[in-house]
Design a protein around this ligand. Structure first.
Ligand SMILES: NC(=O)c1ccc[n+]([C@@H]2O[C@H](COP(=O)([O-])OP(=O)(O)OC[C@H]3O[C@@H](n4cnc5c(N)ncnc54)[C@H](O)[C@@H]3O)[C@@H](O)[C@H]2O)c1
Length: 258
């Protein structure tokens, strides 16, 4: 039996990586994914894939930091689908690794805008819809970098850490409306984001030696997008109904060892 049958589930950053896997898994579980991404080509490809597999979806291409565009899209989604069951705040960027000694205010602002402020915007736009229907799920994709740092990504760390705190606040504020708010913290995932300067950081000899061969990741492998998708589907489903304000860490055990 499908566990999300007929549910309207918005996924931001759906064009590739984790968002794409989340949307596909939600569709396989019977949901109607509403795909959002700034890249129209990857969105079209994914929408075609979902439809060819027998699913239903809609898609909207805009930059999630554009509040007016976001607001128009939510209005269209409500008009078309009549409700919103889940919002997955997944769109994110992890810019060039630089320390506070040589990064720029512009880079800081852009990272905070995409990874944190846009999460506020999307949540602010869907929360009244969910409150009116007396139920919904908001799921933030944070990161293990929200509570530990590999260094040289301060703005990303700050945004992802703030998301964990904001999950708690939103969970308390929205509980009276039966809106559950939870977060997921992935570890090292194999996605286009893991490619830094043309090199997939999860395949370098140093990475393999430390994280895989020496079992710094106890499960002995990097994460695949599907590993996160399953967790998000659980949080969106009725199997998760008495849990809110929580962070689920999906990292192969990385943060459980030292
Ligand atoms: N890959 C990892 O190892 C990892 C680990 C922990 C957390 N995360 C988080 O998971 C989420 C997804 O990461 P990913 O690895 O799939 O990244 P990715 O770069 O592969 O994909 C991100 C998607 O978001 C879209 N996007 C980015 N900025 C946008 C904007 N302003 N407006 C609309 N769309 C935008 C991109 O076009 C892209 O399709 C991010 O929030 C990321 O921080 C990733």
């Amino acid at each position: 039996m499908s566990i999300l049958t007929g549910q309207i589930c918005i996924v931001t950053g759906a064009g590739q990586g984790l968002g794409r896997a989340i949307a596909l898994e939600m569709s396989r579980e019977g949901a109607v994914p509403v795909l959002i991404d700034r890249n129209p080509e990857t969105l079209e490809q994914l929408a075609g894939e979902i439809v060819r597999a027998g699913g239903i979806c809609s898609h909207h291409s805009f930059d999630v930091t554009d509040y007016d565009a976001y607001s128009r899209a939510i209005s269209e989604i409500v008009k078309r689908h009549g409700r919103i069951d889940t919002l997955v705040n997944n769109a994110g960027i992890n810019p060039a690794t630089r320390s506070i000694l040589d990064d720029t205010l512009e880079e800081w602002r852009r990272t905070i805008a995409v990874n944190l402020e846009a999460v506020y915007m999307g949540s602010k736009l869907v929360a009244p819809v969910m409150a009116a229907q007396h139920g919904g799920r908001i799921i933030h994709i944070s990161s293990i970098q929200g509570f530990a740092s590999s260094g040289l990504c301060g703005s990303y760390n700050a945004a992802k850490g703030a998301l964990i705190a904001y999950t708690k606040s939103m969970a308390v504020e929205l509980a009276p409306y039966n809106i559950l708010v939870n977060a997921v913290a992935p570890g090292f995932m194999v996605t286009p984001m893991s490619v830094v300067n043309g090199v997939d950081e999860t395949t370098t000899p140093e990475f393999i030696d430390w994280y895989i061969d020496k079992r710094k990741i106890p499960l002995g492998r990097s994460g695949q997008p599907e590993d996160v998708a399953g967790t998000v589907v659980f949080l969106a489903s009725n199997y998760c109904r008495y849990m809110t304000g929580q962070l689920l860490v999906v990292d192969g055990g990385l943060m459980s060892t030292f």
